[in-house]
Design a protein around this ligand. Sequence first.
Ligand SMILES: *[C@@H]1O[C@H](CO)[C@@H](O)[C@H](O)[C@H]1NC(C)=O
Ligand SMILES: *[C@@H]1O[C@H](CO)[C@@H](O)[C@H](O)[C@H]1NC(C)=O
Ligand SMILES: *[C@@H]1O[C@H](CO)[C@@H](O)[C@H](O)[C@H]1NC(C)=O
Ligand SMILES: *[C@@H]1O[C@H](CO)[C@@H](O)[C@H](O)[C@H]1NC(C)=O
Length: 305
Amino acid sequence: MSNHRFSPVSEDEPCCNLSQKAKICLGTFCVLVVLTIAAVVGVLWGLPAPKLKEWDGKGTTPNFPEIVLGRCYTYTKVLRPELSHKDCRKIGKAFMDAFLSKDPCSSTERDYQPLLELTNQTVPCNKTLFWSKSSELAHQYTTVQQEMFTLEDTLLGYIADGLKWCGDADSSGEDLGHLKSSRDLWGERALRIVGFFFFFKFAENACGVVQVVLNGSISNGFNKNSTFGSVEIYNLRPEKVPTLQAWVMHDIGDRSVACSSSSINDLKLILSNRNIKFTCHDNYRPIKFLQCVKNPEHSSCRSLI
Ligand SMILES: *[C@@H]1O[C@H](CO)[C@@H](O)[C@H](O)[C@H]1NC(C)=O
Ligand SMILES: *[C@@H]1O[C@H](CO)[C@@H](O)[C@H](O)[C@H]1NC(C)=O
Ligand SMILES: *[C@@H]1O[C@H](CO)[C@@H](O)[C@H](O)[C@H]1NC(C)=O
Ligand SMILES: *[C@@H]1O[C@H](CO)[C@@H](O)[C@H](O)[C@H]1NC(C)=O
């Protein structure tokens, strides 16, 4: 026995082990099969499927897909028919795909790349208009001067303007992960949200003389923390943008002068460090006319013509 190749123990163990393993494996397999069948049956019977919490987030504008589609068609078929070749269904899908079932707080530019490509659009040189704390006036101006573009006058900006998406999944009440609900709030937090990519691209694509409407009736006509001051000016390409022209608009009746103020001087400094020439005008006449439409009797408007 002792010279036998297999001792009883060694003879017994592999056999026993094998059959035990086999039993365990078989058992596990059976449990898995049962679980799988149960899951399939459960789904087929209409048990609730796991939900996309980002999509359900109450932060998302109701009817978001329909709004995106409708705006896309309005823009490409009615407002700017030169873009009528754009495929709005694809654009809508690319928008959904960019954030559906993704963590809204960790969106990357890559998620939005297909959307950015589908909505690409050439803004002619000299026709880019930025604004900061002057939303209403700047958009009134581009409504009249249709060849000028703010971000909201581009296809993507037009589609996204004022919408919220991504929901508020785990964002502890903070509105992370989506653009702001009103134009004037598109701002301070832009760096932390996907809107950043839109602002970034818009500035990066600008060429020629770029213009900005600033608000001369607030203490920081130029605010380093605004989207314009923190994202847009840093993404202008000096090799394409020789000059930035600021129109500093004052509320009707405000006679102060802002181009020489220290905040505007900060802007001048940043631009000169970036090799971009800066010019500044208080109360640019064409925009002042728009203010005067609402205040035709004001003394500063009577003398305008
Ligand atoms: C948009 O991108 C496509 C593909 O990259 C390109 O062929 C087209 O010229 C671009 N259109 C505009 C308006 O830039
Ligand atoms: C842009 O404006 C500058 C200065 O006014 C002018 O020299 C240039 O020709 C313009 N470019 C285009 C494409 O209109
Ligand atoms: C300047 O900002 C104030 C406060 O946000 C606003 O009421 C006013 O309309 C703005 N003025 C211009 C010229 O945009
Ligand atoms: C910009 O933000 C920083 C940090 O939040 C703050 O300390 C600073 O006062 C802000 N500057 C302006 C001009 O609002």
